[in-house]
Design a protein around this ligand. Structure first.
Ligand code: FAD
Length: 384
């Protein structure tokens, strides 16, 4: 297939969604993936909370019907502070069927890869090298994640603020039914989330995301499964004495893995013939479960911008910088807002001084009592 419209570089969910969406819109796509991505060394144990916009995109890409079997809806969220503060959100209050879906990260990537095998107008090509893109294409879409080498080669800086925290993830099963309730405890300095999941036990499994200081993560990773389960139950009990009765006893059903957490934003998102999407453009703390949601919203926006330009200004190629700047304008602000929100929350809960503890817990209870503020917050999360 000679003469490509877009070369998509990257091997994760953002790259694959973009390649699929572009091919569905009739563009000729070269997919430059890393050769080892087809056989990951170990399955990803994470579960992702995906919002309504991300699910709509996966529906359009026809991946959702198969992925739904590996997903669970969230109808309620119960968020607790470290001094009596509490916030709860429910789908019925927001007049939506569910607040989010919890999806299996490994299955998401596998099903996107499967769909790409049958997508028209997509050719797999070698990765981008020091000599540049492997094929001629009007646009190079860089979706290589946070360590993107192509972004670095373009001279785009990616100011990273390391949190010194790691996100510890695992799969669990519980002795109590989860009732589709997601639970999160801001414990200062760590944040612990249990995301309701239906595998291996329907209605009684969870995805764990536990953000802890690096030394604590190293300690947790070195524990035996039984020791890990004990530390986890202790942490939940300390945070909320009523929680063990609601959650039951938890046991591991997967290995425990951890990722370093950081806040980062690329200095430029576009240039002549290139564009950044997903973690290659921005990285946020997973406390609000928004990183991939932002990446999939990037995909949705870029695809719409290219489609509109093709019908309104057919003389412009996909790599036209003016068109690409429209994408950047639409995506930079929501991404910065989400980065600011997660970073602000993290710092608010990292401060261990008593006045700050009182302020943040009172703040949570205040938001709980202010219906419109709560609805605004959840609206932002539903549609990043
Ligand atoms: C513990 C944890 C929990 C999270 N939970 C959530 C959540 O609940 N909801 C949510 O929305 N987000 C969540 N996230 C964030 C989410 O994982 C990321 O935002 C998402 O994976 C970014 O996808 P991506 O495709 O942009 O990048 P990546 O997933 O990093 O994929 C990029 C891929 O491209 C490959 N690559 C790199 N260079 C090249 C190259 N030159 N050529 C070809 N391939 C290349 C990389 O090896 C990688 O496989 C979480 C993150 C963590 C750490």
């Amino acid at each position: 297939m000679a003469g490509f419209d877009v070369c998509v570089s990257g091997s994760g969910a953002v790259a694959m969604s973009l390649a699929l969406a572009l091919s569905a819109d009739g563009w000729k796509v070269a997919w430059a993936r890393s050769p080892d991505s087809a056989k990951p060394a170990a399955p990803d144990v994470r579960t992702y909370a995906l919002n309504a916009r991300a699910i709509k995109l996966l529906e359009r890409l026809r991946v959702w019907p198969a992925l739904q079997a590996f997903s669970s809806p969230v109808v309620e969220m119960d968020v607790r502070g470290d001094g009596g503060g509490a916030l709860s959100f429910s789908a019925w209050q927001q007049c939506v069927r569910e607040l989010a879906w919890i999806v299996d990260a490994a299955e998401l990537e596998r099903l996107l890869g499967e769909a790409l095998r049958f997508a028209p107008r997509v050719a797999v090509v070698p990765p981008v090298s020091e000599q540049g893109a492997p094929v001629e294409a009007s646009l190079l879409a860089i979706c290589e994640g946070k360590h993107s080498s192509t972004r670095a080669a373009l001279g785009v800086s990616f100011a990273r603020q390391e949190y010194g925290h790691w996100g510890v993830a695992a799969r669990l099963k519980a002795t109590q039914v989860h009732h589709s309730v997601a639970r999160q405890w801001f414990r200062s300095p760590d944040i612990l989330a249990l995301l309701p999941f239906n595998q291996p036990d329907p209605q009684a499994s969870y995805g764990l995301v536990w953000s802890v200081p690096k030394a604590r993560a190293e300690h947790l990773l070195a524990l035996s499964p039984t020791e890990f389960e004990c530390e986890l139950q202790d942490a939940i009990l300390q945070s909320d004495p009523s929680a063990p009765a609601k959650v039951g006893a938890l046991s591991l059903t997967s290995p425990v893995a951890a990722w370093p957490l950081a806040l980062a934003q690329a200095s430029r998102w576009t240039g002549p013939g290139w564009v950044l999407l997903g973690d290659a453009a921005h990285q946020v703390h997973p406390l609000a479960g928004q990183g991939l949601n932002l990446g999939l919203a990037d995909v949705d926006t870029l695809v719409q911008v290219l489609k509109q330009a093709r019908s309104a200004e057919p003389w412009r190629t996909p790599g036209d910088e003016r068109t690409l700047r429209r994408y950047a304008r639409q995506r930079e602000w929501p991404t910065k807002a989400m980065a600011g929100l997660t970073d602000g929350l993290l710092h608010l809960f990292a401060d261990q001084r008593t006045p700050m503890k009182d302020v943040r817990n009172a703040g949570m209870s205040l938001v709980q009592s202010l219906g419109p503020v709560k609805s605004w917050l959840i609206g932002k999360a539903l549609d990043a």
